[in-house]
Design a protein around this ligand. Structure first.
Ligand code: B1M
Length: 213
């Protein structure tokens, strides 16, 4: 089995046996982000496919998620970091009703390693909590993540509530069930400030940089 297949296999099997040795081997050849975006996310995609076909149960998917998180945490210290938080402050949350946080945490890691101060509010964050945090933290940007179809709709509700609270800070949205079209037609139309769709965490960084410049 190739190294890439073994790495994806750890995620698919939900097993940490030999994971860190394989990550060390991968680090000798590839950048940490390429390992995440390559074999580790390929493994997660396969988990999603198997789950969709009822070949995996939620408990097994959860184990895969734990392996993914452990791998990302192991790789993070190896990432290039600007060592400063001068670019801006970002408030990050997975929207109300959604527990998926691997993508959001990836966004946090990439932003915080590239000059942003990130306040991560966690999962299932209702609009009221977000509004309170905006008033307390005074961020330059709000980042919303959500993977379920209903989370895309919840993002529209969330920005409407932010607007009603008089907030106009730029909002970055991302997540598997979301599209640029939905963002433009259903989310941005309910908000006074800019709403930008990021297809992945690196694109999130690019958009944040554009906004801050
Ligand atoms: Co769930 N789940 N899950 N799940 N899960 C999906 C999303 C699903 C597509 C699986 C499937 O059916 N094939 C499906 C959603 C169906 C839908 O609505 N379209 C689903 C379902 C149905 C469910 C439950 C309802 C299952 C159940 O209980 N019966 C339940 C929901 C609970 C809830 O939220 N209320 C559930 C639960 C879970 C677990 C807890 C077991 C676990 C999550 C663990 C965790 O996150 N801590 C889990 C997992 C792991 C998945 C899959 C398999 C993998 C998700 C993942 O982490 N991907 C997923 C299938 C899939 O997506 N292929 C699935 C890797 C991650 C890096 O990608 O988060 O998309 P992602 O992030 C990407 C981009 O989207 C983007 O950047 C990242 C890449 O760089 N991005 C942003 C994301 N947020 C961003 C924010 C930004 C910018 C970019 O700026 C702010």
């Amino acid at each position: 089995m190739t190294l890439e297949e073994r790495l994806a296999g750890h995620v698919i099997e939900g097993s940490k046996d030999g994971l860190f040795a394989d990550l060390d081997e991968a680090l000798a050849r590839h950048a940490p982000l390429d390992i995440i975006n390559g074999p580790l996310l390929a493994g997660m995609d396969e988990v999603g496919r198997l789950f969709n076909e009822n070949q995996l149960i939620v408990a097994e998917v959860l184990q895969s998620a734990e392996v993914m998180k452990a791998a990302v945490a192991y790789l993070e210290p190896h990432m290039d970091s600007t060592g400063s938080h001068a670019r801006g402050k970002v408030l990050l949350a997975t929207v109300k009703g959604d527990v998926h946080d691997i993508g959001k945490n990836l966004v946090e890691m990439i932003l915080s390693n590239n000059g942003y101060e990130v306040v991560n509010l966690g999962i299932k964050v209702p609009p009221e909590q977000l509004i309170e945090a905006v008033r307390k933290e005074k961020p330059d940007l709000i980042g919303l993540s959500g993977l379920l179809v209903k989370s895309a709709r919840q993002m529209a509700v969330t920005v409407q509530d932010l607007k009603d609270a008089g907030i106009e800070i730029p909002v970055l949205v991302g997540g598997a069930a979301l599209t640029r079209k939905f963002t433009d037609t259903q989310i941005a139309s309910r908000y006074n400030g800019p709403v930008l769709y990021a297809k992945d965490a690196m694109n999130g960084l690019e958009l944040a940089n554009q906004l801050m410049n």
